[in-house]
Design a protein around this ligand. Structure first.
Ligand SMILES: Nc1ncnc2c1ncn2[C@@H]1O[C@H](COP(=O)(O)OP(=O)(O)O)[C@@H](O)[C@H]1O
Ligand SMILES: [Mg+2]
Length: 306
């Protein structure tokens, strides 16, 4: 991966490797069988709504699921699941996630001890701490400290899977993938050239660490309930994952009832299980379940760490 300084003529060659800490330095989330990150280079592709609905679909099949919302500025998962932000009591030995519907265990920046709405303004380690806006304004937080707390101290317990929902932008994917041990990344895009480019850039940036399991192409068309045809929502363009070499995991239609459920804080797959979108999310959930390794594999991996 090239870094910006390379283009300014600085002699930075070779430095990019220093940006990659060795895998053994990564935070290990406690204690799921698998950690899968939902990512995209762009906002508004449906990462957050699909995260909660995939989690719900997998939980409905009897598995225990955690969701870690790492969108520090605009955490959406608690609200999408009808969980009211509240101050959680710190526990000895870690933070207990909030309980959501279907036994989902949820952690987000607005559920952290000492954090609640309004959202956080995060700053990087090498940036000066921003001055307070006003007494009740956004809470300042050091980015890597907050990620470390959320990922490293939340006690999800022996769940089958933790889904991580990220803020939009490849920088968030890069930082999270270098800080946290994860089994796979799933890219969520929509059929636009900008989304396609962002996915390709993301895959190149990750360079296989961790592996990208595939692409979900979201909002490809609208199922017209009157004429029963599927109409494209975007101008004809290449699929979101075109050119990335990744498997296309699903092509999901637009269904306004998904947004309506999101606004009410309920899972669409539970409310409208017979719709084409819910059926496809369920199929996708079965594919994701295939990525969960047997428990022993993750324990062996953890045990092999120095
Ligand atoms: N397949 C879909 N059908 C209908 N609305 C959708 C669909 N996918 C996403 N949305 C809506 O698009 C908006 C952006 O989704 P969101 O999950 O917040 O995106 P991201 O997390 O990638 O920024 C939300 O209002 C969401 O309800
Ligand atoms: Mg989001």
């Amino acid at each position: 991966m090239r870094i910006f300084g390379d283009f300014l003529g600085e002699t930075r060659s070779g430095n990019s490797a220093a940006l990659l800490p060795s895998p053994s330095n990564k935070l290990v989330i406690s204690a799921p069988r698998a950690v899968i990150t939902m990512a995209s280079g762009r906002g508004g592709t449906g990462k957050s709504v699909l995260t909660v609905n995939l989690a719900a679909a997998i939980a409905l099949s009897g598995r225990k699921i955690g969701i870690l919302d790492l969108d520090l500025n605009a955490p959406a998962i608690p609200s999408l699941l009808g969980i009211k932000p509240f101050r959680m009591a710190p526990m000895v030995g870690g933070i207990e996630p909030a309980g959501g519907p279907l036994g989902l265990r949820v952690m987000a920046a607005n559920l952290m001890p000492d954090r609640e709405e309004p959202p956080l303004i995060s700053f990087a380690d090498d940036e000066p701490e921003p001055a307070p806006v006003h007494e009740t304004g956004p809470i300042k937080s050091n980015y890597s400290e907050t990620i470390t707390t959320l990922a490293g101290q939340t006690r999800f317990g022996p769940v089958d899977l933790v889904l991580i929902d990220l803020a939009p932008g490849l920088d968030h994917l890069y930082r999270a993938s270098r800080m946290i041990e994860m089994n796979a990344v799933i890219m969520v895009g929509h059929p636009s050239e900008l989304s396609r480019r962002a996915i390709r850039a993301g895959v190149e940036m990750l360079a296989g660490e961790p592996q990208v399991a595939g692409v979900i192409e979201n909002m490809v068309g609208f199922n017209c309930s009157t004429c029963h045809s599927v109409r494209p929502l975007f101008p004809a363009s290449e699929a979101a994952g075109a050119g990335s070499g990744l498997p296309l995991l699903a092509r999901l239609p637009f269904d306004p009832r998904l947004s309506e459920c999101a606004a009410r804080g309920t899972a669409f797959v539970r409310e409208y299980p017979e719709t084409p979108l819910a059926r496809q999310i369920n199929e996708l959930a079965r594919q994701i379940e295939q990525l969960i390794p047997a428990r022993q594999q993750r324990e062996l991996l953890a045990a092999s760490r120095p």
